[in-house]
Design a protein around this ligand. Structure first.
Ligand code: DGT
Ligand code: MG
Length: 601
């Protein structure tokens, strides 16, 4: 599922190319524009050279100026005109890069989000929220920056350097060789720098993700921090990762600072070479004053790329480390997907659920959680699952919507292996209220209607009544329009459970799965819910995990899970007669020791 960076199907450049589809022409035009405006820069020294040689130096400069005033002004006008044209091209060029990079950013971000949304449970177990958020924000911005800035700078440096070199050779090859001779030295310095800085950027990116994860976990787990009064401890912990990040940032910068003096010395040597060699050539009359001025005026076109190269490589390494992280998600594929020969089942399922010798083990675990589980829940039946905490109840029900796949055996819905059903059709037939209730920051109405946005207001209220939630919702100042905070802040545990039950019912599922959904609800309310569940106005098979006998008593079948195996199975009465775990549970919960009495609860 999660690919190592060596196995990406496309290189980073190809990947960017793929993601600027539709704007490739604009991107190429922008790159051509960069070459053009950099070449245009060289025309200014060319005109300066003409003006100096023809009008400002030489014995007949004054007379030449008087006789050819018009030509002088034309040269000046050309210089101004080209400068204005250059400014216009630079403006349009930057706009084009920005446009292309923003579009690519938008496209990749949407694609990443889509990928993340469609991932299976293994993915969510592996990646932490803070790390994923870093990929969606900081890492993606480094990719955008590469398209908008790094590419432009690389082209700018190379075109400037090439154009200036060509022009230097055209003017005076001896002088040109002396200047260009420094280039290999610079390249050597910069490429050694690249080797040293690349791992630093990978590390820096990790530290950034760690810091974000620390912040994100703290913000969402803020209540626990408060409950244990651990603010100072958490602040210190965050300070550690912040310091770590800042230190790594500094170290990365320092790598360049070590190299910078060498590059700077080389760049500063250029004017010295010009003075020395250029002066000698001038004196020997092998160079005109105009050429000297042109060399001097263009020296930056050689020096700047030298200086910038380190910066560009630095940014490129940042991009490279970030792109690896982004591409890892971009090309990741969930393991649990529709089979190629998936059965199309658009009709409503009757809701028969069958486990056939199912064993299951988490990928990262050493021991199986479930062993040889077999049972049937016929359409409309209620099957209760009980067992001590950690015995595998949640793991078992997660196999029905195919959140995980059994290691052995089969899970069947309506007689069809769930792995052969279309995921969407299977999952939309299941209403699930999970053990860890998560509500969205939305209205209560919006939360109940989450699985079926076309549901009418009357039906929302009806399902809230089924879940015994209507009463407390109606008492709220804004009723169903009350906005609940992130994860349902502002509601009690039992209230959240009831809204989550209403949400599961609102899709009118063929199979309803409740994982400890009424654990935080008082006995009286629970009774009310039990009654509603037995009177639903649509056919539905119920699989209910619960700890209380009162919840499971009326089930058609009660399964007792012990050490990942079904140790007891039967109705309430049958299991009491059996005198095993269930009978003990009844004794414990009712306080009765004589279970032959008629009413035990
Ligand atoms: P509960 O909710 O406390 O009553 O416990 P159950 O019965 O729902 O237990 P369950 O299915 O959540 O966990 C069974 C065992 O599997 C337990 O030892 C923890 C382990 N387990 C649960 N989820 C994962 C997971 O995502 N990865 C791994 N490696 N182990 C897990
Ligand atoms: Mg559980």
């Amino acid at each position: 599922m999660i690919m190592s960076k060596k196995h990406f199907p496309r290189t980073k450049i190809q990947w960017i190319w793929d993601n600027i589809a539709g704007l490739r022409g604009v991107f190429i035009l922008a790159m051509v524009g960069t070459v053009v405006y950099n070449f245009l820069q060289l025309t200014v020294p060319f005109f300066s050279q003409q003006i100096v040689d023809r009008f400002l130096t030489g014995d007949d400069a004054a007379t030449h100026f008087q006789a050819n005033k018009k030509e002088f002004y034309i040269l000046i006008a050309c210089m101004v005109g080209i400068t204005l044209l250059r400014a216009l091209i630079v403006y349009l060029d930057c706009m084009a890069y920005e446009h292309v990079s923003q579009r690519a950013l938008y496209r990749v971000r949407n694609h990443l989000f889509e990928k993340i949304e469609h991932q299976d449970m293994h993915f969510y177990n592996e990646y932490r929220t803070g790390d994923l958020m870093t990929r969606l924000t900081g890492d993606l911005d480094a990719v955008r920056h590469n398209i908008a800035w790094v590419v432009r700078m690389i082209i700018e440096c190379f075109s400037l350097f090439t154009a200036a070199s060509v022009y230097f050779f055209y003017m005076n090859w001896k002088m040109a060789i002396c200047i260009i001779a420094l280039a290999p030295v610079i390249f050597l310095i910069v490429f050694t720098f690249r080797r040293k800085v690349a791992p630093m950027h990978a590390l820096l990116r990790e530290k950034h993700a760690q810091m974000n994860t620390a912040a994100q976990e703290n913000i969402s787990g803020n209540r626990v921090v408060k409950a244990f009064s651990r603010e100072d401890y958490e602040i210190d912990k965050f300070d550690e990762s912040n310091k770590d990040y800042a230190e790594t940032n500094k170290k990365t910068r320092l790598v360049w600072i070590k190299f910078f003096p060498f590059v700077e010395t080389c760049a500063n040597l250029l004017p010295v070479i010009l003075l020395w060699i250029g002066g000698t050539l001038l004196m020997k009359d092998e160079m005109t004053m105009g050429e000297y001025v042109a060399f001097s005026g263009l020296m930056w076109a050689i020096a700047n790329p030298m200086r910038l190269l380190g910066n560009i490589l630095n940014e490129f390494q940042r991009f490279s480390a970030a792109a690896d992280k982004v591409m890892e998600i971009y090309y990741s594929e969930p393991k649990i997907v529709d089979a190629e020969d998936a059965i199309d089942h658009p009709e409503r399922f009757t809701g028969k659920v069958e486990f056939k010798n199912v064993s299951f083990q988490y990928e990262d675990a050493d021991l199986p959680v479930l062993t040889d589980i077999s049972f049937v829940a016929n359409p409309g039946e209620t099957v209760a699952i009980m067992g001590e905490t950690g015995c595998g109840k949640t793991s078992l029900i997660q196999l029905i919507p195919r959140f995980y796949e059994p290691t052995h055996g089969q899970v069947l819905v309506d007689g069809m292996d769930v792995s052969k059903l279309k995921l969407k059709q299977l999952r939309t037939s299941i209403g699930m209220a999970t053990q860890d209730v998560l509500l969205y920051s939305d209205t209560i109405d919006g939360n109940i209607a989450y699985g079926d946005t076309n549901i009418t207001k009357e039906n929302v209220i009806k399902f809230a009544r089924y879940s015994a939630a209507d009463e407390f919702i109606s008492k709220m100042p804004e009723g169903y329009e009350t906005i609940v905070g992130e994860r349902g802040v502002g509601l009690s545990g039992g209230q959240k459970q009831r809204i989550s039950l209403a949400r599961a019912l609102a899709v009118r599922p063929s199979i309803l799965i409740l994982d400890d959904t009424t654990s935080a609800v008082d006995m009286e309310t629970e009774k009310q819910i039990q009654k509603s569940l037995s009177e639903l106005d649509f056919p539905c098979t119920k699989i209910i995990i619960a700890q209380r006998i009162s919840t499971t008593k009326k089930a058609d079948r009660i399964l007792i899970l012990q050490d990942g195996k079904i140790s007891e199975s039967g109705t309430h009465d049958e299991l009491i007669k059996k005198g095993g775990y269930y009978a003990e549970l009844v004794k414990l919960q009712t306080g009765q020791t004589d279970l032959t009495a008629k009413e035990v609860i």
